[in-house]
Write a protein that binds this ligand. Structure first.
Ligand SMILES: NC(=O)c1ccc[n+]([C@@H]2O[C@H](COP(=O)([O-])OP(=O)(O)OC[C@H]3O[C@@H](n4cnc5c(N)ncnc54)[C@H](O)[C@@H]3O)[C@@H](O)[C@H]2O)c1
Length: 305
């Protein structure tokens, strides 16, 4: 199939591109290289450097490429910056999506797969979060992703463009860089690499649901052939505290580091984990890489950099 992947020079989507190519699909990548890197680009994919906020260029590309499927990962992902500058976040994540969808409608695209957030979608409700719960995003980033989901519902109901939204928990693995705030593993690894003291915000008991990137890729593969329309959580339903992440990384790298605690971030979610039973029922998806194995692979990549 001909698939256009936005954000394909970034962490998650570059792995999706690799797997789609391995499966024999024809891939075009759009990326503005704001956080993505040329080194992540698979040379077998056609690369077009472009910003999704450029309405004319996006339309031109989608009309000339004529993809059957658009896999949309390009986004602004920094939650903290979205609080400081919600306009920038909305410009990329909402208006950028609308540029893609308006062009998709003209080009007769058959399906859109969009990366959304599970971690920033459900607010401070009781874990594990399921898709039946009310969406309560507490940041402009989460709101922009929810707005994107609602627009996809509109494009399906009124414009007949099918879609699948994959709501990821905290994704980790090779190629992740430290700019994203959900990436504490990448942030800790970068600080270790630079010889800096790791500082845990708060007392380190906050939990997150860490899902390894190859499992996320698997969901993007299964989504290609599914007729399902709607949102699916992609996580592990396992909570890992920041203290546990620290201990695991330090043990894996055989370092002698003591924990240092800094002030807790105001408004930060305390716990997070995603119920993935719907993805299991609908896509036959479940995570297969446990935290120990995932961290080992990530550390191996980090050492080889
Ligand atoms: N990493 C996570 O834990 C996580 C969790 C939930 C959802 N997501 C979603 O997954 C997607 C990918 O995230 P990631 O962690 O790989 O981040 P990333 O920053 O590595 O990837 C995003 C890519 O999009 C590109 N991009 C950003 N703005 C663009 C624009 N205006 N035009 C064109 N390209 C643009 C960047 O250059 C980058 O290559 C995002 O939509 C993000 O919201 C990620």
């Amino acid at each position: 199939m001909k698939i256009l992947v936005t954000g394909g020079a970034g962490f998650i989507a570059s792995h999706v591109v690799d797997q789609y190519l391995d499966l024999g699909h024809q891939i075009t990548v759009i990326d503005n290289l704001s956080t993505g890197q040329k080194a992540n680009l698979n040379p077998q994919a056609k690369f077009i450097q472009c910003d999704i906020t450029d309405k004319e260029k996006i339309q031109e590309i989608i009309l000339s490429e004529q993809p059957e499927i658009i896999n949309h990962h390009a986004a602004h992902i920094q939650v903290g910056y979205s609080v400081e500058n919600p306009q920038f976040d909305a410009q990329n994540n909402i208006l950028g999506l609308l540029n893609i969808m308006q062009a998709a409608k003209k080009a007769g695209v058959k399906k859109v797969i969009m990366a959304s957030t599970g971690g920033a979608m459900y607010g401070n409700q009781e874990t594990p979060f399921s898709e039946n719960m009310k969406e309560q995003p507490l940041s402009p980033y989460g709101i922009s992703k929810r707005a994107g989901e609602l627009y996809l519902n509109y494009y399906h109901e009124i414009q007949q463009i099918p879609f699948i939204v994959l709501r990821y928990s905290n994704v980790y693995g090779p190629r992740q860089n430290a700019h994203g705030e959900s990436g504490v593993i990448a942030i800790f690894l970068e600080m270790i690499g630079e010889g800096k003291q790791l500082v845990i915000n708060g007392d380190g008991t906050h939990t997150r649901d860490y899902v390894y990137v190859s499992d996320v890729v698997k969901a993007n593969v299964l989504a290609l052939d599914s007729d399902f329309i709607g949102e699916l959580n992609i996580g592990t339903q396992t909570e890992t505290s920041t203290n546990q992440v620290f201990d695991k990384l330090v043990a894996e790298l055989a370092l002698d580091l003591k924990k240092e605690y800094g002030p807790e971030r105001i408004g930060e979610q305390v716990t997070s984990s995603l119920d993935y039973s719907k993805a299991k029922e609908i896509l036959g998806w479940e995570p297969s890489v446990g935290f120990d194995e995932g961290v080992k692979k990530t550390v191996e990549w980090f050492k080889s950099k």
